[in-house]
Design a protein around this ligand. Structure first.
Ligand code: TRP
Length: 322
């Protein structure tokens, strides 16, 4: 019955958010709704696209610097490897493999609000690493870290991929302040930041030639059709990303290409969409190194080291809690 309740809840919150987002003067759909079963699969495809360099760059960094990370993480003895939003854990398994091979003392705590994704992560980790000590934490990030604090070893918190980028700079700063407040002195955080670079390279990553990202963005409307009984015709909408190199913001929009009315059964209401109108669906914030340094000190961490891929497209920034 819990599963039924969970499905009911997410549909209920989708309903409320769609009503809010479509009633706003600039329409939007919150990005958390990308990741239904179909969205999860399309995101796997995105990560394999030639244009989507982020996942590969971070994988390269881990492969190149795993021994550095191993000695920095382990400099205080055994540690808790805490991962916020682990996803498929593919990149983290590069580190875990190295730690196990080098007989490092650690325990892995993936924290995620989705029980399903946590359970499949554990299954795949146990298959690869039967000796791995792993404890799933199904909760929001902060209460999850509170639970780990009781274990008294150093926490090494991983926040990888595009996770921090899905916050605006302001949101990122309040998130990290809150994270700091549950950590102890000497705890470490390793954060993945996508860097500002040639605008074409950035934009192409969100606008691939084969149209996978377009499918990902349009899947939001398919989801609303299925879960809320709407009658969106996908051909009236297009995927439209923008990149502002100065602010570092990639924004993804669904652009209305043909004026239309859409009826949403569960809201018992129609909404009008006017040709040219943009529905905001996602932000992907890009940084430069000086902005990362400034962010670390603003939120009360000390930047210990930066690890770059060979193109300087991406950085994993290691911060220590003072
Ligand atoms: N949010 C992720 C990122 O910034 C995933 C993503 C990739 C995405 N392409 C997208 C989200 C297009 C919305 C639209 O990299």
């Amino acid at each position: 019955m819990t599963t039924d309740n969970a499905v009911f809840d997410i549909t209920e919150s989708l309903k409320e958010d769609v009503l809010k987002g479509f009633s706003a003067s600039n329409k939007y759909i919150p990005s958390k709704y990308f990741y239904d079963q179909i969205g999860d699969k399309i995101f796997q495809e995105i990560m394999g696209l030639p244009e989507y360099y982020l996942t590969r760059a971070e994988g390269d960094i881990f492969n190149n610097f795993k021994s550095n990370l191993r000695s920095l993480f382990g400099s205080d003895g055994g540690f808790n490897l805490v991962e916020l939003g682990a996803g498929d854990g593919l990149k983290t398994s590069i580190l875990i493999d190295d730690f196990i091979e080098n007989k490092i003392e650690f325990k892995y705590y993936p924290i995620d609000i989705s029980e399903n994704s946590n359970i499949s992560l554990k299954a795949s980790m146990m298959e690869q690493f039967p000796e791995l000590k792993i404890e799933l934490i199904t909760s929001d990030y902060f209460s999850g870290i509170e639970k780990i604090k009781k274990h008294y070893a150093r926490n090494v918190v991983l926040f990888l991929g595009s996770n921090i980028g899905n916050f605006s700079v302001k949101e990122a700063s309040s998130f990290l302040k809150e994270l700091k407040s549950v950590l102890s002195p000497n705890d470490l955080v390793l954060i993945g930041f996508d860097l500002k670079k040639n605008p074409k390279v950035v934009l192409d990553a969100y606008n691939d030639k084969s149209g996978v990202t377009k499918r990902f963005n349009l899947n939001l409307l398919t989801r609303i059709n299925h879960e809320l009984g709407a009658d969106f015709k996908l051909e009236n909408f297009d995927h439209c990303p923008t990149y502002d190199h100065n602010t570092g913001e990639v924004k993804s929009f669904l652009k209305v290409v043909k004026t239309c009315q859409v009826y949403i059964t569960s809201l018992e209401q129609s909404f009008s969409f006017t040709a040219g109108e943009l529905i905001h669906t996602e932000i992907s914030q890009k940084y430069d190194v000086s902005e990362i340094k400034a962010l670390a000190s603003k939120v009360g961490f000390e930047l210990k080291d930066n690890f770059f891929d060979e193109n300087n497209y991406f950085v994993n920034s290691l911060w220590i809690n003072k």
